[in-house]
Design a protein around this ligand. Structure first.
Ligand SMILES: O=c1[nH]c(=O)c2[nH]c(=O)[nH]c2[nH]1
Length: 323
């Protein structure tokens, strides 16, 4: 006889669009989410071992609930708040569900800017970088969801103010030292929230308050996300005219993480995974061509992989379950 040592069921890649129409501001807001729900229901062991589906929440119902809860979010709601609310709704509705994990990926729709840089009231363009979150709610601690947020495949490049020098040069090394190169990466990062240090819990409101916009930890997830992006751009690009020199992907990674944990009180730690996407100087043999920091061979693979976590406090970062 085999022992069923773990099991879960749910729905993956549920895609939805949600608009909020703000008459006062005369602006529409739009998000496109891809939702993944995992239901933890120990009692459903019987579905595996004896084909008994009694008490089962179907994966079809799971999919429908993603849309229902999106509709119940009557006011503009962050993906984290939506994910927490969705997870809690499963637990409140179905007695045999003990825990729920929800992952949301948000497509990079941005308000369109039209002639003269004017923001359009209901037009959007697709940019780079997928905002993500991962939420876990257990029945016995409904008021303490675990939340991590992140950013995937946010593509950034600068044409100067980057170099790489001082490394081992031996018979296996072909790379030449340089203080002038293109630096390009596709940023993946995940951050956890600081529930002890940064958050003023005295202002805690009830579950979504009266207007869906508050949450148990009183964190403004949208604002934190904007500030993470700002700090990333500050450290990667630097001043608009002069820029900032990067001696390596490693040093830039650390500077981005250091700025985030120091400047954003809600963030406890941030893990970056950065591909070093190479633009290789084009230097053909012969002819009168000479590389003049102008023509490069664009590549996507192979790429370097640089990964590290920067924490506010000197402690080992939590293991992130998915990202
Ligand atoms: O910024 C860099 N970090 C490295 O670790 C590395 N290795 C390499 O070949 N080029 C680079 N560039």
């Amino acid at each position: 006889m085999g022992f069923l040592t773990e099991h879960e069921h749910g729905k993956s890649k549920v895609r939805l669009g949600r608009t909020w129409r703000d008459a006062k501001e005369n602006a529409h807001y739009f998000v496109e989410w891809e939702v993944c729900v995992r239901l933890i229901s120990p009692e459903m062991e019987k579905a595996y071992t004896s084909g008994d589906n009694g008490g089962m929440t179907t994966t079809d119902t799971t999919r429908n609930m993603c849309y229902v809860v999106a509709q119940r979010c009557k006011e503009r709601t962050s993906m984290e708040e939506y994910a927490i609310r969705l997870a809690r709704t499963f637990i409140e509705t179905y007695p045999l569900i003990d825990g729920v994990s929800v992952t949301v990926d948000q497509a990079p729709w941005e308000r369109a800017k039209v002639r003269g840089g004017v923001e359009h009231s209901h037009g959007f363009t697709f940019s780079s970088g997928i905002r993500t979150c991962f939420v876990n709610v257990m029945r016995e601690r409904m008021d303490r969801p675990t939340v991590t947020s992140g950013l995937k495949d946010y593509r950034v490049l600068k044409t100067t103010q980057s170099g790489y020098e001082g490394y081992i040069k031996d018979k296996f090394t072909k790379l030449g030292e340089t203080n002038e190169r293109i630096l390009a990466t596709a940023i993946d990062c995940v951050w956890t929230y600081d529930l002890e240090g940064g958050i003023d819990t005295s202002k805690r409101k009830g579950w979504f308050g009266n207007n869906n916009s508050s949450n148990n930890n009183n964190i403004d997830y949208d604002l934190v996300y904007q500030r993470v992006l700002e700090n990333i751009k500050d450290q990667f690009f630097g001043d608009a005219q002069r820029g900032v020199y990067s001696p390596s992907v490693q040093a830039t990674l650390y500077n981005m993480g250091d700025a985030i944990v120091n400047n954003i009180k809600e963030v406890k730690d941030v893990k970056f995974t950065l591909p070093n996407i190479h633009f290789i100087p084009m230097t053909p043999n012969g002819g009168d061509h000479k590389f003049n920091d102008d023509v490069y061979i664009a590549t996507s693979e192979p790429h370097g992989t640089i990964a590290a976590t920067v924490s506010k406090r000197n402690e080992t970062a939590e293991i992130r379950s998915r990202l």
